[in-house]
Design a protein around this ligand. Structure first.
Ligand code: AMP
Length: 175
């Protein structure tokens, strides 16, 4: 079990980054503390296992750091969901709304098989646009999202409401 006070004290608030008015939650102090990072991964892996997945989907870019470690821990495959234009093979895409304009995430068309169960991992759930689009990608190619896991949830933004009601959402710390 991860110690929540220790975890919270390793999440650094950076005001006005990357834009004025945003308080960026910097998770690099978690990554930099080997024991804490290990506990966070163990904790996420325990949660992931409940969904009985065969793959972990990590979301660009900090979701790769946590997602890949969870996949390794459980001996599962790992799938990157990337920002548009980064993946080299054939892709499917899903766009979502940002505060100003649209964004799109992509996944390789052969990343997940029909009926395959996956868990989604990202560092932080904010408005839910990114993870909602990632769930949409998995479902579009016939995969099943067993759960969506986050280290941090900005609960006041109600991001979990952007995810389908049948996808359980779990976060370790909430603000
Ligand atoms: P959203 O699509 O609004 O849920 O945003 C989630 C994505 O944006 C995640 O991949 C986060 O890494 C990043 N993100 C959004 N807001 C913040 C924040 N305040 N601090 C750190 N990362 C954030």
């Amino acid at each position: 079990m991860v110690n929540l006070e220790q975890l919270k004290s390793a999440i650094r608030d950076i005001p006005d980054f990357p834009r004025p008015g945003i308080i960026f939650k910097d998770i690099t102090p978690i990554l930099g503390n080997g024991q804490l990072f290990q506990r966070v991964i163990d904790h996420l892996a325990d949660e992931a296992q409940k969904a009985n997945p065969s793959k972990v989907v990590g979301i660009d870019a900090r979701g790769f750091l946590f997602g890949a470690a969870v996949a390794y821990k459980l001996g599962l495959g790992c799938v990157p969901v990337r920002k548009k234009g980064k993946l080299p093979y054939k892709t499917i895409g899903s766009s979502y709304q940002l505060e100003y304009g649209d964004a799109e995430v992509e996944m390789h068309i052969d990343a997940i098989a029909e009926g395959e169960r996956v868990v989604l991992v990202d560092d932080l759930l904010a408005t839910g646009g990114t993870s909602g689009a990632a769930v949409n990608l998995v479902q579009k190619i016939g995969g099943v999202v067993g759960s969506a896991l986050f280290v941090i949830e900005l609960a006041f933004l109600n991001g979990r409401e952007k995810l389908p009601p049948d996808v359980p959402v779990y976060s370790i710390v909430q603000y």
